[in-house]
Design a protein. Structure first.
Length: 81
């Protein structure tokens, strides 16, 4: 599998997946079977925590860089020590 980004957060490697519309069933918000399988396998086989950035949440942030940064930090559980 390819992961969109690997980042280190508080000493731990976390995979970030940017999930566009093709990762979801129809126009809904339920992930496809292949997306679910990828998440499970990456977590269990590679031992990497994987977080998802659904396209509708990212789009809602607009072009505001501070909102985007805040969103990603919260999603990743980033704490500035």
């Amino acid at each position: 599998y390819r992961i969109d980004a690997l980042v280190e957060v508080n000493g731990k490697t976390v995979g970030v997946e940017v999930d566009g519309p093709t990762h979801f069933i129809g126009k809904g918000r339920s992930p496809t079977g292949s997306t679910i399988l990828k998440r499970r396998q990456v977590s269990s086989v590679d031992g990497i925590e994987l977080v998802s950035v659904p396209y509708w949440e990212w789009d809602k942030l607009g072009e505001d860089e501070m909102k985007r940064q805040d969103y990603l930090q919260k999603l990743l559980g980033y704490t500035n020590k």
